[in-house]
Design a protein. Structure first.
Length: 519
């Protein structure tokens, strides 16, 4: 392993607020050590890639470098985020024992910053432009592209061609031959790149014992498609770490077992299939009944020893001193004191109270970046899902523009004139794709909640919870605050209509009510 703490980086990369630190940690069952990313504050990187929570803990290069040196990390790395307009290319097994780089790779990276990987057997190069996220192991060398997903290590061990061409501080535009290579090696396999929610399917947090019980209830002589689904479900549930479970189960079929090497190729390709299969498939396919884990007294006797045995591994749950917790900075506001930069909000009121009237006024203030009712506003992009009364909403927009004397073409405000079904995953994904295609959003308004949950029971925690999960997925994909326009219940003092858990599920609750001559 070559030294991995760099001295500097190109200015175009150094200024990006996307840096973290990393350390080698043992692999599972003899696999090679993993390069595990940590935030500069010392916590393992736990937030989903590119979410506001994740971005808030990433730092500029100089800060990450200082932390890596002071606290003994193995290196620094860059998270490739939407909006950076930077692509990192990873070429594996392209440097021989004498340090000679594959001529084709050397030609592709000539003219931009390129370096040796921590192992010394691969090459990393950085370009301006978004190429896509994908990988291919077929060919004379491995090829992987990162544009808006994943993180890459950064060593500072520049290639000789980089020194020869004096490109140590250059991040060049993506050349045509690199784009052609991506199309040839990855191409059609990455059709799901634009599916922002695909990577956000949660795991079921099943233990190894529970997974083994499910596999015991499955016949390894199932058909090919079901056999693949088992592997994909195990890959998703274990984060790609428990190949051994699939391999051992598959060996139960004497006639169909293709061998460990063939199985491993399938396993390594599951990130590129475009389909997310979760452990719910195992629950449906298996004849075994999985019981919840019951902790025993002996389990609790072991916790102190376990913590001492793994001092480098942060616990899943952290106890934060009150002084530190209270000092954590707020994420800020879109409208000071009214709309926080959070996950979910609900605005409710009785019929005729002026909910849409008020929320349009609020949303337009955010889109225009102008004060709202004397309150400070942070400008942001707005997407309005007009699921109820689209024709009336069109007239409201025109009236607003006329009254304010503005040109709507100059305001970052988009409308989805339809009623997507938020009980259906496909509709939620399609809304997320539409938001991304619009250029993203800071505020997404769903008017009304009832119209996007057709056939659902508003008093059912299962139905409402499913819709909220999909709406939170839209937040995670876009970072936007999702504001639901809803109706009051029979007793307005108890909040919005329907399931009582809605109040606990949102970050802020706003009520609109009508007074004489005003709202």
């Amino acid at each position: 392993v070559m030294p991995s703490i760099p001295q500097t980086s190109p200015a175009d990369l150094r200024s990006l607020r996307g840096w973290l630190v990393w350390k080698f940690e043992p692999g599972v069952k003899g696999k090679k050590p993993r390069k595990v990313p940590y935030y500069a504050n010392g916590y393992r990187r736990y937030a989903d890639h590119g979410t506001p929570e994740d971005r808030s803990q990433l730092v500029p290069f100089d800060v990450a470098l200082k932390i890596a040196r002071q606290r003994g990390y193995d290196g620094v790395g860059l998270a490739l985020l939407d909006g950076f307009n930077v692509t990192a290319l990873d070429f594996d097994n392209c440097v021989d024992a004498d340090g000679n780089v594959n001529p084709e790779v050397e030609k592709l990276v000539a003219g931009t910053y390129a370096e040796l990987s921590p192992s010394g057997t691969g090459v990393r190069a950085f370009f301006h432009g978004e190429l896509g996220n994908g990988k291919s192991h077929d060919g004379p060398y491995g090829f992987e592209s990162f544009s808006t997903a994943g993180f890459v290590t950064y060593t500072g061990n520049t290639l000789d061609v980089c020194d020869l061409l004096d490109s140590g501080d250059t991040v060049a535009e993506l050349p045509e031959d690199v784009r052609q290579l991506y199309q040839q090696r990855v191409g059609e396999r990455r059709k799901h790149d634009a599916d922002p929610l695909m990577t956000y399917e949660p795991t079921l947090e099943l233990s190894e014992r529970q997974l083994l019980e499910l596999l015991d209830g499955l016949d390894p002589d199932v058909g090919y498609e079901d056999w693949l689904r088992v592997g994909m479900a195990l890959h998703h549930e274990t984060g790609g770490e428990r190949f051994d479970l699939w391999d051992e189960w598959s060996q139960g079929s004497e006639d169909k077992y293709p061998g460990t090497e063939s199985l491993r190729k399938h396993w390594d390709s599951f990130d590129d299939t475009g389909t997310v299969v979760t452990a719910r498939s195992l629950l449906k396919m298996s004849t075994a009944h999985v019981n919840p884990e019951l902790a025993t007294a002996d389990d609790f006797d072991d916790v102190s020893g376990e913590a001492e045995a793994n001092p480098e591994k942060p616990p899943r749950f952290q106890v934060v001193p009150a002084a530190d917790f209270s000092g954590v900075a707020d994420k800020g506001w879109y409208v000071k004191g009214v709309l926080p930069r959070a996950e979910l909000a609900v605005l409710y009121g009785e019929s005729g109270s002026g909910k849409t009237f008020a929320v349009l006024d609020l949303a337009m203030a955010v889109a225009r970046g102008v004060a709202w009712r004397g309150l400070r506003v942070k400008q942001g992009r707005v997407v309005y899902v007009a699921a109820e009364g689209g024709g009336g909403f069109r007239k409201r927009l025109k009236a607003y523009a006329q009254h304010q004397g503005i040109d709507l073409a100059e305001v970052p405000f988009g409308v989805i004139h339809a009623a997507p079904n938020m009980l259906a995953k496909t509709d939620a994904l399609d809304v997320a794709k539409a938001i991304k295609a619009f250029g993203g959003a800071d505020l997404v308004i769903v008017d009304t909640f009832a119209q996007v949950t057709p056939g659902g029971n508003e008093n059912s925690g299962e139905d409402v919870g499913l819709a909220l999960t999909h709406l939170k997925g839209i937040h995670r994909a876009s970072g936007a605050l999702v504001l639901l326009v809803h109706h009051s219940g029979k007793d307005a003092s108890k909040g919005a209509r329907g399931w009582s858990g809605l109040r606990a599920a949102v970050d802020v609750e706003l009520e609109v009510f009508k007074l004489a001559g005003q709202r």
